[in-house]
Design a protein around this ligand. Structure first.
Ligand SMILES: Cc1cc2nc3c(=O)[nH]c(=O)nc-3n(C[C@H](O)[C@H](O)[C@H](O)COP(=O)(O)O)c2cc1C
Length: 543
């Protein structure tokens, strides 16, 4: 049985690879009539407008990554609202001759935003304890179910400390509308970006985010009431993950919800009906089959110890952490002559290392499984070439055994596990491999995220999704640290999978490239104007 599931998941992965001669299966055109609404609303649910931050947390650049030394802030409605504003809220509107569209703090493949968030909150100021859906368009909470006081008390006693729960879910149709079968990968990338965004924003309030790594998807679905919600076919939300947000100083949060709590949730009266997202949907069956195969069962609660490597103490940004979060955008083109300093390049790589007690990776999600293949184009005092960055040095031998025997593996600096594989100009290859997108070659550097694949998926098929989450989390770090270093990044979901593997000499699926990314000196598009994130509420809200 286990082996069959593994094989089917690998089949999905193989089938959704892009090849030079054939892209993964999709509609092949944009059915604008049916474009899904990027905003879910629970109609008829009581809706509570959230306050906007009067003043951003004043914490500096490095407080994105370091657990705070002060706080935690109390779990008031104002602070929870601020946490949501800086993690999943809108960041701007863009306008051009084509129209107007919103951007969010979290990026999304094609700006389609399949990720939804639900919160399980205790009583906070005027807010009743309940399950709430976050509506980023209105910066509001929609009450799906009220929680009896006693149930919250049981939850609070289980976790042994104050805090609240935050869940992420995915609507696959939003992505498959454009990207077809490959969309399942992108939904999981997006969930990873959102998860890192949550972890960063919670950190600015002095809060720690802990992923409940023992919980099953069935239990999460029951808790959120998804199994009792009347979804339109293929507009359903699929449970991704649940985190407990506590004060930063609290460690060893239980990694599960006990059965009696899940059962109590299953009996809560539900309010609100999900809005219709599209007139019609296409049933990309392969996605739903793969989602089923990679559903997470209940597992033993795990405690993961990451590395204790100190941060490189260089290239501090004068921007505050909140300014960095608010500035984050995807570059749409780069200045091909744009150069980044070596210490800034090192500073960006350094932040992708998983460290105990540091954000965003220490959320008890798993041991690191993803390393970075770098195409260095324009980094001052570093020769152009192909490099490798080991996020987990334990992998070095396996990687070396699987890669081309001709790579030189010359360590560049004692400070970081960064190795030159082959010098040379790889700008053309980078562009070609990333679906001919110039952003991969006209940047200062681009990269592919090389994941320990077959072993991970064979041992636990649900971890197929986790590999994409981990890649998305790395992507979020790269986005933010690029802004901190005065440059800009862009996630790249479109790349030719096997040609990347061939470049490395990979013969099988022990290692697979799961996500690409590029960073450089951005060139703004003068045809676009930028509007503030909540200007559309100016008349209805005091904004
Ligand atoms: C998983 C993922 C894959 C992406 N792939 C591409 C890509 O292949 N090419 C590209 O130009 N942008 C890509 N992007 C960037 C998105 O288009 C961008 O996030 C979205 O338009 C929202 O804009 P913002 O990031 O500025 O908020 C990707 C983003 C994500 C999160």
């Amino acid at each position: 049985m286990g082996n069959r599931v593994y094989e089917k998941v690998v089949e999905y992965h193989e089938r959704t690879k892009h090849h030079y001669h054939r892209y993964a299966r999709s509609a092949g055109h944009m059915d604008w009539q049916n474009q899904p609404n990027p905003f879910r609303v629970y109609k008829n649910a009581d809706t509570f407008s959230l306050p906007f931050l009067e003043k951003d947390p004043g914490k500096g650049h490095m407080s994105l990554y370091r657990m705070p030394s002060a706080g935690p802030e109390p779990f008031t409605l104002n602070n929870i609202a601020g946490f949501l504003e800086l993690s999943l809220g809108l960041s701007a509107w863009k306008a051009s001759a084509r129209g107007k569209w919103s951007l969010r703090m979290n990026p999304s493949s094609g700006n389609l935003h399949p990720t939804e968030a639900h919160l399980i909150l205790p009583e906070a100021d005027d807010l009743r304890a309940g399950i709430y859906h976050y509506n980023p368009l209105l910066h509001a909470l929609e009450l799906r179910a009220e929680l009896p006081h006693k149930l919250w008390q049981t939850i609070s006693a289980h976790f042994g400390t104050g805090g609240f729960l935050v869940a992420l879910s995915s609507i696959f149709w939003r992505e498959s509308w454009k990207y077809g079968e490959r969309a399942f990968r992108y939904c999981n990338h997006d969930a990873g970006h959102a998860l890192a965004g949550i972890s960063f924003s919670a950190g600015l309030q002095g809060w720690r985010t802990t992923f409940l790594n023992a919980l099953s998807d069935d239990a999460l679905e029951t808790t959120l009431g998804f199994n009792r919600t009347d979804w339109l076919p293929r507009e359903e939300e699929h449970p991704d993950l649940l985190c407990f947000v506590s004060g930063y100083h609290v460690q060893d949060i239980p990694r599960y919800l006990p059965d009696n709590i899940v059962e109590a949730f299953s009996e809560l009266p539900l309010a609100g009906a999900p809005n219709r997202l599209s007139r019609e949907r296409v049933d990309w069956q392969l996605i739903y089959e793969t989602a089923e195969l990679t559903r997470k069962p209940t597992t033993a609660g795990e405690k993961y110890d990451l590395s204790a490597i100190p941060f490189l103490e260089n290239a501090r940004s004068a921007l505050s952490a909140a300014e960095i979060i608010r500035k984050r955008r995807s570059a749409t083109s780069f200045n091909p002559d744009g150069v980044i300093d070596k210490n800034r390049f090192f500073a960006i790589l350094d932040k992708t290392l998983p460290r105990t007690g540091c954000l965003p990776f220490d959320i008890q999600f798993g041991n690191p499984s993803v390393n970075l293949l770098l195409f260095v184009h324009n980094v001052r005092e570093l020769e152009r070439g192909l490099y490798f960055f080991m996020r987990d040095t334990k992998d070095l031998q396996s990687i070396r055994n699987n890669f081309h025997p001709d790579f030189v593996w010359q360590q560049i600096t004692e400070k970081l596990p960064l190795y030159l594989l082959q010098s040379g100009d790889f700008r053309h290859e980078a562009i070609q491999l990333s679906c001919h997108q110039e952003i991969a070659g006209f940047s200062a550097f681009s990269l592919g995220m090389i994941a320990r694949f077959s072993e991970t998926v064979r041992s636990a098929p649900y971890r197929y999704r986790h590999l994409f989450w981990e890649s998305g989390m790395i992507g979020q770090v790269l986005y933010l640290e690029a802004e901190a270093q005065g440059v800009r990044g862009t996630g790249i979901g479109c790349y030719f999978d096997d040609p990347v593997h061939e470049l490395l000499g990979l013969q099988d699926n022990t290692w697979q490239s799961l996500y690409h990314f590029t960073i450089g000196l951005p060139v703004e598009d003068p045809r676009l104007t930028t509007l503030p994130p909540y200007s559309h509420l100016e008349n209805s809200r005091n904004k």
